[in-house]
Design a protein around this ligand. Sequence first.
Ligand code: SD4
Length: 330
Amino acid sequence: MNRRKFLQNTALSGLGLTVGTSALAKTVSESNPNTEINKENYPLVIATWNVPNAVSKAWQTLQSGKSALDAIEKGCNVEEEDPNNSSVGYGGLPDRDGRVTLDACIMDEKGNYGSVVFLQNIVNAISVARKVMEETPHVLMAGDGAEQFAVSQGFKRQNLLTEKSKQAWQEWLKKSEYKPVINIENHDTIGMLAMDKDGTLSGGCTTSGLAYKMHGRVGDSPIIGSGLFVDNEVGAATATGVGEEVLKTVGSFLIVELMRQGKSPQQACEEAVDRIMKKQPDRRDFQVAYIAVNKKGEIGSYSIHEGFSYTIYQNGEMKNIKPGFWFDGK
Ligand code: SD4
């Protein structure tokens, strides 16, 4: 709270008066640089990892006049359909029982959200999540029920385990050691945020989760506030890495709320990583990375380890950027 508002509130409460929440919200957004708009920075697309095909697809979708939500769905579909991406959709590495199970969610500028968890046999999990958002009274559907719903909406059942992923799993079975890999570079979970030409925000996240997880395990990616959060007044954030650590700190919601309080996207991402690492400063065996954008179209990103990168398309130019990381020099 700034000093002026603190004094104002103190004075009012001294008189036995309270300020309505809408008045407070107005003051916060008026004094917060994250809620300002800057059309020069729109449209933009940003996604976790080195995913030029997905980001280009989202960018082209925006250029064709479609919404940020459409851009997210179409962009994420590219990775879901790519058999070489071993962390998303078709070709995703299976759980320890050899089953590919998908998690995905999508969120629009009105705060609507749809999600699927533990979905099998359907490639485009994010599109099913969008159908949950738009065609059902629910926000989150799981397992067989989500699969049946997808089929009822016209999605085709398909075996998601490619020969390559099956072989990798059979190799893994020899030792059966569950050990999430720190970075799978450009073959990893995709979290994507997009702003259309007016600065309207949407986001999505889609994954096959951590390779060789226990059957039934669900990560952060499809959980609102953890793997993704969008607030069209302030900004948006999304995560990749070991989902258990993101879930425990509700990372994406935390970042958006920190931006609401006035932190830049960069400061907010750094604080979200700090929250994880403060409890276990010496643990070096897992990765988490965040990307965030504020309403102005400013970007932030931070990870625990080196090796994470994000892809951004802004001002007609696409770049892959390596952000700062927690263990730098530590
Ligand atoms: C999960 N966060 O299921 C996902 C996995 C991931 O990079 O992001 N891998 O925990």
